[in-house]
Design a protein around this ligand. Structure first.
Ligand code: TRP
Length: 346
């Protein structure tokens, strides 16, 4: 069996550190290890429209922005097909046939969709399109026969839903589609990074993010205002690690090498012990975190500048990636239509 990697993001905002540690870092690692036959990264504009249908300008703008974020973060267009979802109309067609294989109550049980509905206040006016986006996501994955999906853990219900569709389809129409497996980051904390305020996950709509495109000053301000331990008033006071966002982020982003580079400690554990027993100030730990985040973001910012100045190159990359994606998806659609016996003129 071949290894086909596919993943994507909705273009509803710039990518932030939660995306980076939850998925982008893994994608770049997989891309560079080279242990795959095909790799696709999709800008999910059609899915973005399911809850932004009244704001097409925003989606169009962020298609460009997310493309720049990808390229700046190290996704290499020579190895990966970066493409725009809506340009691959085969995906919409597949979605329509998969809709027959999913019940309304099954969609209503999807925990990610459930919490999004609550967050968006869709309770009384839920668009059908939004409700169905897990089906369209199954089309995204199966159209490429993708079996490896690097994502954060909020996407697990989508993969589960996809595999249910694959099994139903293959049972009813014959073996055609391939099941997929999510690849999650190593550490638990990297799978769902909380926001700067310590509430919920890092999310644009909650305004608690550090973006890959934030400048140094902005990152500094955000780190300096992070939630620590409200009872840690004097430096000598013992401080709490639990629920302290600075340590949560250090857990997610630091290595012992980085800790010894930017602090007086050799390991994060040593630093935590000192903080717990008293004698380590919040400003000091925040500076360590700031430096570590800057080490990640500085090269990304430099590449961003190049792509912002060469926007035609970005669109050319998207165009080529989209052409490749379209070829593959149209092959799968042919097989699907054949299986459903709606290939009348062949
Ligand atoms: N649902 C993903 C998000 O919220 C985007 C997405 C669409 C996706 N289709 C996908 C992710 C297929 C992985 C595989 O960002």
């Amino acid at each position: 069996m071949s290894n086909i990697i596919l993943t994507g993001d909705r273009p509803t905002g710039n990518l932030h550190l939660g995306h980076f540690i939850g998925s982008i870092k893994n994608r770049v690692k997989l891309q560079n290890e080279g242990n795959y036959d095909e790799m696709y990264v999709m800008i999910a504009d059609a899915q973005g429209l399911t809850d932004n249908f009244d704001n097409p300008k925003k989606i169009r703008e962020y298609v460009k922005e997310v493309a720049i974020d990808y390229l700046s973060a190290g996704i290499d267009p020579k190895k990966v097909n970066i493409f725009i979802q809506s340009e691959v109309s085969e995906l919409t067609e597949l979605t329509f046939y998969y809709m027959n294989l999913v019940t309304v109550s099954r969609l209503q049980r999807n925990p990610t969709v459930k919490s999004e509905i609550k967050q968006k206040d869709f309770n009384t006016s839920l668009p059908v399109g939004f409700m169905c986006y897990p089906i369209s996501q199954a089309a995204d994955i199966t159209a490429f026969k993708a079996n490896i999906i690097p994502v954060g853990d909020d996407q697990l219900p989508m993969i589960e839903q996809t595999n249910e569709i694959v099994r139903s389809f293959n049972r009813i129409y014959g073996d055609t589609l391939v099941e997929a497996k999510a690849i999650l980051p190593e550490k638990e904390i990297q799978r769902r990074l909380p926001g700067l305020d310590g509430n919920n996950k890092m999310s644009k709509s909650l305004g608690n993010c550090i973006y890959l495109c934030d400048d140094s000053e902005t990152v500094k301000k955000k780190v300096m205002s992070m939630y620590t331990d409200p009872n840690h008033i004097k430096i000598e006071d013992p401080g709490n690690i639990e629920g302290n966002m600075v340590f949560t982020y250090l857990d997610a982003f630091s290595t012992d090498e980085l800790i010894s580079k930017y602090s007086d400690f050799n390991t994060l554990n040593e630093m935590k012990e000192k903080y717990s027993s008293g004698g380590l100030g919040d400003v000091t730990i925040k500076k360590v975190l700031y430096n570590i985040i800057e080490e990640i973001l500085t090269p990304i910012r430099e590449k961003r500048k190049y792509y912002e100045d060469n926007i035609d190159e970005v669109y050319e990359i998207l165009k080529q990636g989209t052409n490749k994606a379209k070829q593959k998806a149209s092959q799968t659609l042919k097989e699907v239509k054949h299986a459903i016996m709606i290939d009348y003129f062949n």
